[in-house]
Design a protein around this ligand. Structure first.
Ligand code: IVH
Length: 702
């Protein structure tokens, strides 16, 4: 019934019902990995609850769902910091990506293709790290965010494939692999769930996750979990010299390893094995979602190392996405943080690979028109219209996409979609620059959509990550005349304004005294912020989290960074060159950065924000004992024992800064054959010059 039509007694009952339903939905979602209702339904119920409370404030319950801020964290498991982080993998989606992967690896190592790799199924489960000391299983932990996971030791002991004791293992051995559930076991578990009136699991992955993360290990015991070992963390001695050898060693120690693991020489052989595995996929008896390729030689793996959260030496080749058909009801335009106008398809909800999808991306104007960025036809030139019958697909965690359209199902009054030429949010002209595939709103700071998206980005996980202040709260606070959060600095004045009764949080939209206090505490906690998070949080175009890391490492402190941006203004001169000397910072990115700091409104907003913060300088990685920590190094000429990329990555890992140009600030120039002007300049400036062998001897790697 409509909220307006409820009488007091009905409202009281309805609030009680909503508290129950939302409470259960929260538990199912956050603690049992088993969502019971869709996000949209959840939002609808929560809104209804708030509307009733607004009409009958005196009926608001002590356990009102409105007072629950953000996502309750699953409590009950102790946290475990991984001795070696648990990383994720980069993805390849087609054969060309696999060839490019091999080329990239070969280029980095300065070796010829083909290279030797292992190829094995990518198990669709959840990763687990098992720590053995003196051959005894002492700890099991989930991946968590990669740095810190949950201690699930008692549960892991219940898994048949997890040995409790090992013979002849290294003193310290962390075995990593995937916990999964076989199809047959999954079907039996779901039958049992239904028989006892419990909700069935959506898929084997959810069932495995829900079973492993049980606070009561007896429940885990009753659930048939399996485990494949495929990697390792901390080791007191190496397992082998090769990936394949290490897997065989793990097998000999008593772990299950995947029988489809195979040595392959070169990208073509990898792709052959991928096809083989793909053919067997349906008969394996467990879910896999791709094939993982790893450089076989562990010495080469070590040389290749990592790029932020993924290894350079491995990649996951995903199986093609799952698809479904549905009606495209409406095309809506979303305005992003940098003003980009993105078309979104509102769909009649449909299940795609086990997930209900009601929105999908349409990429950009050209995509809707059936053209690629070069003007060539895609989908044989078929355009996409409102009211069309479309094919939707999703691969892994990525946003669903509309792939194709069935024009035969088009009605007589169907018309081509007209892409807007003004921003639907602020009415400013939307302009598509030469060579850009997207139209952008030119409203800048006056565009509320851009402002709100910038704020959402500001509080996002890789940036300020303020607990209890997520996208939903930002939207509400942004619209709220009194709370008035229009730019990042406003977040940090909220508590003070609340105290002065200028912006009372309590009693609005479900906020109570306790939740408000919790939020203020979470905000205050973030006044101290690492430099890279601040830079990322500013939401500057082209500056993602890895670039933010590069900038933070290069400049070291907020003061130095800000001064450099000021000095780099004319897009010339020493500061500008210094910015461009950072590997990974190109001209376009440098311009975006410098322009941001020199646009008066944005600069004012940044200064206002910085005044509330205590920005943490970059803590150099533990490079104590590194002879080159803090030194600025330039590599020039031909390097013979390693590639440029490798030289750079290794120098940086040892705490050195690698620059592309020689200046007074340069400490060492490593000059190989053919070194020209840079070596000459070094000589003039009296900078130390050494050969590649000298350098390797210096860093202890000759
Ligand atoms: S290797 C440093 N091998 O995929 C690389 N991962 O997308 C460590 N996964 O978090 C991972 N099967 O949970 C590797 N054969 C396999 C895998 C596998 C499944 C999962 C794992 C990882 C995720 C990365």
């Amino acid at each position: 019934m409509d909220v307006a039509g409820l009488d007091e007694a009905q409202a009281r009952d309805e609030l009680a019902r909503l508290a129950r339903v939302l409470g259960r939905a929260n538990t199912a979602y956050y603690q049992q990995d088993r969502p019971e209702i869709t996000d949209a339904e959840y939002d609808r119920l929560k809104r209804r609850n708030a509307e009733i409370e607004a009409r009958f404030p005196w009926l608001k319950r002590a356990d009102s769902p409105s007072d629950q801020v953000g996502a309750p964290v699953a409590e009950g498991f102790a946290k475990v910091k991984h001795a070696v982080p648990m990383l994720s993998l980069g993805n390849a989606f087609d054969d060309a990506d696999v060839v490019a992967f091999e080329e990239r690896v070969a280029r980095y190592l300065g070796m010829e293709r083909p290279l030797e790799f292992t190829a094995e199924p990518k198990i669709d489960g959840l990763s687990l790290s098992l720590r053995y000391e003196g051959g005894e299983l002492v700890q099991a932990a989930t991946r968590g965010d990669g740095e810190t996971g949950e201690n699930v030791t008692a549960n892991a002991r219940m898994i048949n494939d997890v040995p409790q004791r090992l013979q002849g293992a290294p003193e310290v051995l962390e075995v990593r692999g995937e916990v999964y559930m076989r199809h047959a076991d999954f079907a039996a578990l779901n039958a049992a769930q239904e028989a006892k009136g419990a909700k069935p699991f959506a898929n084997p992955r959810n069932a495995a996750a829900g079973s492993l993360r049980q606070l009561d290990a007896r429940i885990t015991k009753a659930r048939p979990l399996a485990f494949f070992a495929y990697a390792w963390g901390e080791l007191s001695e190496p397992l082998s010299e090769t990936q394949m050898g290490a897997i065989e060693r793990l097998k000999a120690l008593g772990f299950s390893t995947n029988p489809l693991t195979k040595l392959c020489n070169g990208a073509e052989a990898l792709i052959d094995h991928y096809r083989d595995i793909e053919e067997q996929r349906a008969t394996l008896g467990y879910d896999i979602d791709g094939v993982v390729y790893k450089v076989n030689d562990l010495g080469l793996q070590r040389r290749l190392g990592f790029r932020s959260t993924t290894p350079r030496w491995a990649i996951a080749h995903k199986f093609p996405a799952e698809t479904a058909h549905t009606w495209l009801e409406k095309i809506e335009i979303q305005v992003g943080r940098t003003g980009a106008l993105s078309p979104v398809a509102r769909l009649t909800p449909v299940t795609v690979g086990g997930v209900v999808v009601s929105n999908a991306t349409l990429h950009n104007e050209d995509y809707i028109k059936g053209r690629d960025s070069k003007g060539n036809p895609i989908r044989e030139g078929r355009d996409i219209r409102e009211g069309d019958w479309v094919e939707v697909y999703r691969a892994g965690d990525v946003i669903p996409k509309v792939r194709d359209v069935d024009v035969s199902k088009r009605g007589p009054d169907s018309v081509p979609y007209e892409f807007p030429t003004v921003c639907p949010e602020c009415g400013s002209p939307a302009v598509r620059e030469e060579g850009d595939s997207v139209a952008r709103c030119t409203g800048g700071m006056i565009c509320p959509a851009q402002a709100v998206e910038k704020l959402k980005h500001f509080v996002s996980r890789g940036a300020f990550d303020i607990e209890g202040l997520g996208k939903k709260q930002i939207e509400a606070f942004f619209k709220d005349e009194q709370l008035f959060i229009r730019e990042p600095a406003d977040i940090f004045t909220l508590e003070q304004r609340d105290a002065q009764n200028l912006a009372k949080l309590k009693n609005r939209d479900g906020w109570g005294e306790k939740s408000a206090e919790k939020l203020f505490a979470a905000i205050n906690e973030r006044r101290k912020i690492p430099l890279n998070r601040l830079i990322f949080g500013l939401g500057i175009r082209h500056v993602g989290d890895s670039t933010a890391n590069l900038l933070a490492t290069h400049y070291g402190s907020w003061q130095a960074f800000e001064a450099a941006m000021d000095a780099a203004a004319p897009h010339a001169g020493e500061a500008w060159e210094d910015l461009l000397s950072i590997d990974g910072v190109g001209e376009v990115m440098a311009r975006a950065l410098v322009d941001t700091f020199h646009t008066p409104e944005t600069r004012r907003a940044i200064d206002k924000l910085a005044a509330h913060l205590d920005v943490q300088d970059v803590k150099a990685a533990d490079t104590s004992g590194s002879p080159v920590a803090g030194k600025t190094v330039v590599f020039t000429g031909t390097l013979e024992q390693m590639t440029r990329a490798e030289a750079k990555a290794r120098a940086e890992a040892l705490g050195a800064k690698v620059s592309g140009s020689v200046s007074k600030k340069t400490d060492i120039v490593v000059a190989g054959p053919g070194a020209g002007s840079k070596a000459k300049k070094a000589q003039e400036l009296g900078v130390e010059i050494m050969s590649e062998s000298d350098w390797l001897a210096l860093i202890g790697d000759a």
